[in-house]
Design a protein around this ligand. Structure first.
Ligand SMILES: *[C@@H]1O[C@H](CO)[C@@H](O)[C@H](O)[C@H]1NC(C)=O
Ligand SMILES: *[C@@H]1O[C@H](CO)[C@@H](O)[C@H](O)[C@H]1NC(C)=O
Ligand SMILES: *[C@@H]1O[C@H](CO)[C@@H](O)[C@H](O)[C@H]1NC(C)=O
Ligand SMILES: *[C@@H]1O[C@H](CO)[C@@H](O)[C@H](O)[C@H]1NC(C)=O
Ligand SMILES: *[C@@H]1O[C@H](CO)[C@@H](O)[C@H](O)[C@H]1NC(C)=O
Ligand SMILES: *[C@@H]1O[C@H](CO)[C@@H](O)[C@H](O)[C@H]1NC(C)=O
Ligand SMILES: *[C@@H]1O[C@H](CO)[C@@H](O)[C@H](O)[C@H]1NC(C)=O
Ligand SMILES: *[C@@H]1O[C@H](CO)[C@@H](O)[C@H](O)[C@H]1NC(C)=O
Ligand SMILES: *[C@@H]1O[C@H](CO)[C@@H](O)[C@H](O)[C@H]1NC(C)=O
Ligand SMILES: *[C@@H]1O[C@H](CO)[C@@H](O)[C@H](O)[C@H]1NC(C)=O
Ligand SMILES: *[C@@H]1O[C@H](CO)[C@@H](O)[C@H](O)[C@H]1NC(C)=O
Ligand SMILES: *[C@@H]1O[C@H](CO)[C@@H](O)[C@H](O)[C@H]1NC(C)=O
Length: 338
């Protein structure tokens, strides 16, 4: 009886463990180093899939920061940015919640600080020491009929500026330049950090929501995070037992050795953090990317394009862009003639 009970208890236990380690949350694949349970995640890479949402939503650890997508080959993640929105003339709000000393930093090359509004000076400050303004821009509207945004985000209805240092907690300040109530409308001024490629295609779409003070919660703005394995440089990490870069991948120091990332070698693609995660790219199936006007032969990490009928052209007798020295004697003869 007891033995049987124990058996069922263990069965239940295994079930629970399995259920805790999800392989996806809605459309987002969850793979190592990430995991929805500490038993399958590398420390610091825990995620929470909240299935009380329909469809389920994924969050960083137990924070309120929603994950929109994860790229394993680039070591990046898109998360939902905080959108600060106000009709007050002097307003500030903060955004923190990225785990300190965690694996995440806001990419300073692929994000911009953005303000959308009519007559607003937006400032972004560091909440970490020393507290200082690290980015600012002003957005104005000219004339009663001017379109709030023209899609370029260069100061009319929308402005953007660079973020020079990567931080994990921010303060937003929006100060009115007394241009509100254009055409008798209530313009809400907004500020956020956004992925620049998203911004370039979505500024126009934001016009619709521009005057809508109540709908800031429906605006989903993505911000790109870099993630890295803390805390060692490649040279030190590869001597440790928890070194994670798999075969056919290389270790790359992150930002002057504050950690490292893994990248699949040329000719391979996939998740370099998982055993056998870097898979050979079959170049012969992507001839638009890897041109070959001969016979394409795929190989591990590479491919060869063998010329038809012994004819040479710019695309054949090539291997990943390098000319092959033909091995056969007859080929050698042809080569010497040339
Ligand atoms: C994982 O993906 C499957 C198939 O798309 C889906 O049915 C399932 O609901 C997803 N799981 C979660 C937790 O979202
Ligand atoms: C999931 O989301 C709901 C609604 O926001 C919240 O009440 C609940 O605490 C969340 N569950 C977890 C495990 O975070
Ligand atoms: C979740 O939150 C608690 C309390 O804030 C904290 O102690 C714990 O480390 C957090 N878990 C993760 C995985 O971050
Ligand atoms: C998520 O990222 C993957 C790989 O980078 C990409 O193929 C996919 O389209 C992305 N999904 C969304 C919803 O952006
Ligand atoms: C706005 O508020 C901040 C602090 O809340 C204050 O330091 C600043 O002087 C105010 N600016 C204006 C223009 O009122
Ligand atoms: C590199 O690290 C320093 C100090 O931690 C930080 O100020 C800087 O923003 C980082 N650079 C990048 C590109 O993340
Ligand atoms: C603007 O907003 C204020 C406060 O929400 C409200 O009292 C006022 O009626 C609004 N004006 C217009 C024209 O919508
Ligand atoms: C403003 O937002 C509310 C709530 O999201 C929505 O019901 C309404 O249709 C929006 N109005 C406009 C003009 O987009
Ligand atoms: C990583 O570096 C930070 C800052 O130097 C330090 O506080 C932390 O203890 C280190 N973490 C590990 C796991 O070594
Ligand atoms: C560790 O990294 C160093 C420098 O990148 C390299 O020379 C060495 O061969 C690596 N060792 C191992 C065991 O991979
Ligand atoms: C990298 O770190 C070393 C030692 O901490 C420092 O001397 C050097 O200036 C840093 N280089 C850059 C580019 O940050
Ligand atoms: C080589 O491939 C490129 C791209 O597919 C193509 O434009 C070019 O014409 C090819 N060259 C020859 C000699 O076939």
């Amino acid at each position: 009886m007891i033995v049987l009970g124990l058996f069922f208890f263990q069965l239940l236990n295994i079930r629970l463990l399995r259920a805790a380690c999800l392989s996806n949350c809605s459309t987002i694949d969850i793979k190592y180093p990430f995991g929805t349970d500490s038993s399958c995640a590398r420390p610091g890479f825990e995620l929470t899939c909240n299935q009380s949402f329909q469809p389920p939503k994924l969050f960083l650890a137990n924070t309120s920061i929603e994950v929109l997508n994860i790229s394993y080959s680039d070591s990046t993640a898109l998360v939902r940015s905080k959108v600060v929105s106000t009709i007050q003339s002097n307003y500030s709000d903060s955004w923190s919640g990225f785990p300190t000393n965690g694996p995440y930093t806001i990419s300073i090359t692929q994000n911009k600080f953005v303000a959308v509004g009519c007559g607003t000076l937006a400032q972004l400050s560091s909440l970490q020491q020393p507290q200082q303004v690290i980015s600012a821009c002003a957005s104005i509207c000219v004339g009663q009929t001017s379109t709030p945004t023209d899609g370029s985000c260069t100061g009319i209805g929308c402005c953007k500026s660079s973020i020079p240092t990567s931080l994990s907690s921010f303060e937003f300040q929006l100060t009115s330049l007394n241009q509100m109530s254009l055409s008798g409308k209530n313009y809400s001024n907004k500020a956020f950090i956004a992925e620049e490629t998203w911004l370039n295609t979505n500024v126009r779409a934001m016009e619709n929501q521009y005057t809508n003070v109540t709908d800031e919660n429906s605006l989903v703005v993505p911000v790109l995070l870099d993630w890295k394995i803390n805390n060692l440089s490649c040279a030190k990490a590869n001597r440790t037992s928890d070194y994670v870069c798999s075969s056919n991948s290389a270790c790359v120091d992150y930002n002057n050795s504050t950690g490292y990332q893994c990248k699949c070698l040329n000719g391979y693609d996939g998740n370099p953090y998982m055993k056998d995660g870097c898979q050979d790219i079959d170049e012969c199936k992507q001839l638009n990317k890897y041109p070959c006007d001969g016979t394409c032969v795929n190989s591990q990490g590479s491919y060869t394009c063998i010329c038809k009928d012994g004819k040479r052209s710019s695309n054949c007798t090539m291997s990943n862009g390098k000319e092959l020295i033909p091995l056969a004697g007859s080929d050698l003869a042809t080569l010497l003639v040339f």
